[in-house]
Design a protein around this ligand. Sequence first.
Ligand code: UDP
Length: 375
Amino acid sequence: MTTDNEINLVVGAGFSGATIANLIAEELGEKVLVIDKKDHIAGNCYDYRDKNGIMIHKYGSHIFHTNLENVWKYLKKFTDFNTYMHKVVGYLDGIETHIPFNFNTLYDVFPQSLAKRLEEKLLDVFEINTKVPILEFQKQDDDDLKFLANYVYEKIFLHYTTKQWGVSPQDVDGAVTARVPVYLSKDNRYFQDKYQGIPLEGYTKVVEKMLNHKNITLKLNTEYKELKGKYFKRVFFTGPIDEFYDYKFGQLPYRSVNFKFETYDKEYYQSNACVNYPCNYDFTRIHEYKYYLDDKSDKTVIAKEYSEFFELGKNERYYPIPKDENKALYEKYLEESKKDTNVYFLGRLGDYKYYDMDKAIARALDLFEEIKNNG
Ligand code: UDP
């Protein structure tokens, strides 16, 4: 018989929680109780096939991409991936073209002669195939390149970032806009990582397989506070660190997203899985899900993505807001957490970091190594 103090508790059944639970169960042979307050596993990576047979990403498009060999190798134990390479298009002045802005975008939006001149000037200043964050790209001396930088800033970043974050690109941490750089290349892909794709049976299935272990018990619809007072060997908390401490220093702010789903009686709605609207409308982008696994149906499902502030009890947390004052608040919680020596925080909400899926998994893999080595 196992008593609670031999059991590990994992709060949250997203990728971070599932990874640490799986490793503790499999490699240490210890018991793990995984709880999630939602009625499903996989956190915001949750996907499901709808009645048309289309795999829907309930919380927005998730495209797996990584250069981390250990993460790829680990995930391959649970799934194969299709060879999908994500490309994003967007409307600039009514022209559907490539995002990130690259040489193909240049030739799509400007007359040939101007595009050629700009290309030559760009290659005098930057190495081919380099990625330049927009806030860097704006630091140009040449008038033509200044004009180009202003164009890219205004048409791709200004309105999209204002919609997405509620503030202009200068007031968002540079790392956020640097995720979508200006790319001195003709490569139209959104990511250049060595490994990319969508799990063939979806993300939920991957997490299901990670949690399907004789040492793991899963309880959905269960809040951490229902178990407070019980003692566990270790607690892995992937929920919001500020919630764990009852918001004693104040709330960590997040952006949330609202998806408006629509079904159409036609094969395809748009040319691409993800179409950005940096200049028009109140939504930031439209996702069309059947592209990800090449699902066949005479119907199609899209979601329009609207960004909004996170409000407790009203919507979900999606994006930590990388900003000095928020980081300082997070640091206070981090400091507090050092007193709880058997509690480990991880994941986007636990670490208050804008992790991609691979980075969240890498963090859990690293944490496991630490625990394995230090007991
Ligand atoms: N961004 C933008 N215009 C675009 C795409 C992205 O201004 O057409 C900026 C925006 O600030 C966004 C950030 O780049 O929040 C990162 O975009 P990414 O697509 O990586 O965001 P995610 O898919 O994580 O929401």
